[in-house]
Design a protein around this ligand. Structure first.
Ligand code: ALA
Length: 412
């Protein structure tokens, strides 16, 4: 049984693919949307659409209220305050914003630490920043189960070279492994109290209880579309006392205090200061509806459902001896949201195509983690990923699809 009723999701309850019931196992790329989210967006445009903070009229007020209410709901869901919620288009933009915001604090020779398994969105901005500021980018290794090389990390942290940024994922989008954030925070703070710890939470925020105020990190990036909300909106949560020191990256309308021909002063209210231009109110309202929808179930229910899906998928994959499962297989190691595998002879795209022919949607490729794939010599991998609406019957379809791959290409 899925946790969330399939009938809440119009696309899932009605879709067939090439004559097969859709098995949607690509939720780590983007999640499907429940009707309540679609309704919230439609309702906003049907009843409340007007620009925010700009018109002294009824609809302007209504829209502004909807904006603030949605900010409140999302911030609360994530254990943050609305002042700490900087709205972006997605996780990538949020991480680019973080890199731009800390740029001026990086001196030549300083260190920026990241890890081998990062999504490109949490790697390329730091790589570019390191090059621009003549800083050193240190990439901490992980093993095939996605476990950090603590010897390397401790050695780098213990050196006297200043570490300005530590950027890492909460859950790996490729391996499904989970970094122990509290341990990392403790180790970093022990040696470099003022290092800015930035977390890519794109895969985590929908699967586990992310409470920003309890994580001890400085910034946390995420996207609405991975958590049943609309595409095109996301956020960077930033610890308030840090955000107060940041220069806005985007400047223009809506975020100023006063503009004269000579100079501009910015709004001191953080919610305004970091919202330049007309915001995407409808998407924010949709995202808030998604948070409320997810909140129907406890996080232990979300995690237990996910664990069942992960375990079943691991069982299925193990039946095909030539498939190499990547990411945690040790039952003591957490794995959340996905299972990925590679085959020594059959390309991931070929496997994906055969699965698609029977209605099974998975992601095949490098999943925007080329350094990780290169390190272990994986040309590409196949990833099945899950959500609260994923049903065990979709995993039966995956098993059936893999049998077809075996029949097409010879033994798997
Ligand atoms: N970051 C998304 C994924 O892992 C797109 O598929």
């Amino acid at each position: 049984m899925p946790l969330a009723p399939r009938t809440d999701f119009p696309l899932l309850s009605s879709s067939t693919v090439r004559g097969h019931q859709l098995a949607y196992l690509d939720s780590a790329a983007t999640s499907q949307k429940p009707q309540v989210v679609l309704d919230a967006i439609n309702d906003y445009y049907s009843t409340s659409n007007a620009n925010v903070h700009r018109g002294a009229h009824f609809l302007g007020d209504k829209s502004t209220q909807a904006w603030h209410q949605a900010r409140q709901t999302i911030a609360q869901f994530l254990g943050a305050t609305p002042q700490e919620l900087v709205i972006t288009r997605n996780t990538t933009e949020a991480l680019n914003l973080a890199a731009r915001a800390v740029a001026s604090s990086i001196q030549p020779g300083d260190r920026i630490i990241t890890t081998l398994l990062e999504h490109h969105s949490n790697f390329v901005p730091w790589q570019r920043l390191a090059r621009e500021r003549q800083a050193e980018l240190v990439v901490v290794k992980v093993d095939k189960q996605g476990q950090l090389d603590w010897d390397q990390l401790n050695e780098v942290l213990a050196s006297s070279t200043p570490v300005r940024v530590v950027a890492l994922s909460h859950i790996s989008n490729t391996l499904g492994s989970v970094f122990p954030l509290s341990q990392v925070v403790e180790a970093v703070r022990h040696h470099h109290k003022n290092a800015v710890i930035v977390v890519d939470g794109a895969q985590a925020a929908v699967h586990m209880d992310v409470k920003f105020d309890q994580l001890g990190v400085d910034a946390y990036a995420l996207s609405a579309h991975k958590m049943l909300g609309p595409m095109g909106i996301g956020a960077l949560l930033v610890r308030r006392s840090l955000l107060e020191t940041w220069e806005p990256v985007l400047v223009g309308g809506g975020m100023i205090d006063e503009v004269t021909l000579e100079k501009t002063t910015y709004a001191t209210n953080l919610e305004e200061r970091f919202t330049a231009g007309t915001p995407d109110v409808a998407s924010l309202v949709g995202w808030a509806a998604a948070c409320e929808y997810l909140d129907q179930w406890s996080w232990s229910q979300h995690l237990a459902h996910d664990r069942e899906l992960v375990d079943r998928t691991l069982e299925i994959a193990k039946k095909f001896p030539e498939l190499e499962i990547i990411g945690p297989t040790d039952p003591d190691l957490p794995r959340i949201g996905s299972v990925a595998f590679v085959h020594p002879k059959i390309h991931a795209h070929d496997i994906g195509q055969v699965l698609d022919s029977v209605g099974v949607a998975v992601r095949s490729g490098h999943h925007c983690t080329m350094p990780l794939h290169n390190e272990f010599g994986w040309p590409a991998s196949v990833r099945a990923s899950f959500q609260c609406y994923t049903d065990l019957s979709e995993l039966d379809a995956l098993a059936e699809g893999l049998r077809k791959v075996a029949a097409v290409f010879g033994n798997l």
